[in-house]
Design a binder for this molecule. Sequence first.
Ligand code: GRF
Length: 202
Amino acid sequence: MLNIAILGSGKGSNAQAIIEAIAARTLDARIVCVISDVADAFLLERARQHGLPALHVDCAPFKTKLDGAAEQRVIEILRAYQADVIVLAGFMRIIKAGLLGAYAGRIINIHPALLPAFPGLASWQQALDYGVKVAGCTVHFVDAGTDTGPIIVQRAVPVLDGDTPATLHARIQVEEHEAYPAALRLIASGKLRLAGRRVLAS
Ligand code: GRF
């Protein structure tokens, strides 16, 4: 069975979608731990509500990256819980070489835009500013760049007249909640192979 670890900083709606897909047996996997850099993130509360290990890792002194002692702590936790795949779901820190190396090819992220368009922050605002007529979300492998890794799943939504950043983001999030379980299904079913996946003793 695929062991999923979730890292996030916010409300955890994508984590919820993954939890529900597993509960509905449309995703053959288990969530082994949920980690946040934000002590009071609702993500952690959701995890507790579902009886999942919920861990806060203090990432100070760094503000925007996961590095140093915190990165080592995260790696220790991932190893202790025997994570196969690291699911970034609204994790607002840049992943650095230590974690990328420890879990090469096994870290995935969801981004609220149709990459390679609009990488970085507030992509829904970037989409509105640019005037595109179609937006969406992308699940992709994480590499050393910003939102540059190989694409696994994309889902599109229309941009409507009168959209605000909030209405567009909300429409994108509906698709995110389908896209992440779909991407994980590809991995769990073996249709998409992870690099260096842990060999399970039978
Ligand atoms: C999502 O829009 C995701 O694309 C972005 O951060 C947001 C996380 O939302 N990376 P949630 O915490 O899963 O609700």
